[in-house]
Design a protein around this ligand. Structure first.
Ligand SMILES: [Fe+2]
Length: 232
């Protein structure tokens, strides 16, 4: 009988430089790369000591098995040479997608991928309460961004979804500001490969999220992966 365990497919932005796969109904799956837990439950990694990856968070695993998971993404840079040629591999300059984006900012967006639906409590996601109590459906949308070093990816504070960023390559910063002005910085989260930051928002009402003024800023050439939960 065919198994429906460990079903996999390439993510929309997988290419010769970036291994990017979605796995669902994971059971004892050996992986090699950054593992992002795309589910509202902790997952576990084998070892002498079996340890957890929190919901929506990530780690780097080298040839080891994920015990069980609803849905994970596995990401790995496979070719550094010409990695930055994303604009020749189907990624869009963000100004072509978002009107008014600064003409001189080299920020590029990979094709977006909808990886399925989940049930999450937004207040648990934002850690405004400790347990998942009021579940609602969300579509999970993932994408990747690329920028060269020292790129200001724009201070903003509006999203109609819950978002988290996972660093895939290079070093970056997720920063919070009092105002849409870089001199009002009040929190700086260093992003290194495999790391996912904590939420930058709170729940304001039904399907409404209040975000701190924030931006992603590259230190070195970076690719970062975004998990977005869109209310259905
Ligand atoms: Fe954002």
């Amino acid at each position: 009988m065919p198994s429906n365990r460990n079903v996999s497919r390439d993510l929309a932005f997988a290419d010769n430089h970036l291994y990017a796969k979605l796995f669902t109904d994971v059971e004892l799956l050996e992986v090699d790369g950054i593992v992002v837990n795309l589910s509202p439950r902790a997952i576990h990694v084998e070892g002498d000591v079996r340890t957890a990856i929190q919901p929506w968070r990530s780690t780097i695993i080298h040839g080891n098995r994920v015990v069980e998971a609803e849905r994970i993404a596995v990401l790995r840079i496979t070719d550094l040479e010409n990695l930055g040629g994303v604009m020749f591999r189907g990624w869009d300059w963000f100004g072509d997608v978002f009107d008014g984006f600064p003409r001189q900012t080299p920020l590029y967006l990979a094709p977006v991928d909808n990886v399925g639906r989940t049930e999450e409590d937004p207040l648990a996601f934002t850690m405004e309460r400790e347990s998942r109590e009021q579940l609602q459906p969300f579509d999970i949308v993932v994408k990747c961004w690329w920028s060269p070093n020292e790129t200001d990816c724009l201070i903003h504070n509006e999203h109609s979804f819950l978002e988290l960023h996972t660093q895939v390559h290079g070093t970056g910063r997720l920063q919070k500001f009092r105002e849409p002005d870089a001199s009002t910085l009040y929190e700086d989260v260093i992003m290194a490969p495999g790391f996912t930051h904590e939420p930058f928002c709170t729940v304001a009402g039904e399907n409404e999220f209040t975000y701190a003024w924030h931006r992603y800023y590259t230190v070195t050439e970076s690719i970062w992966f975004v998990t977005e939960l869109h209310p259905v």
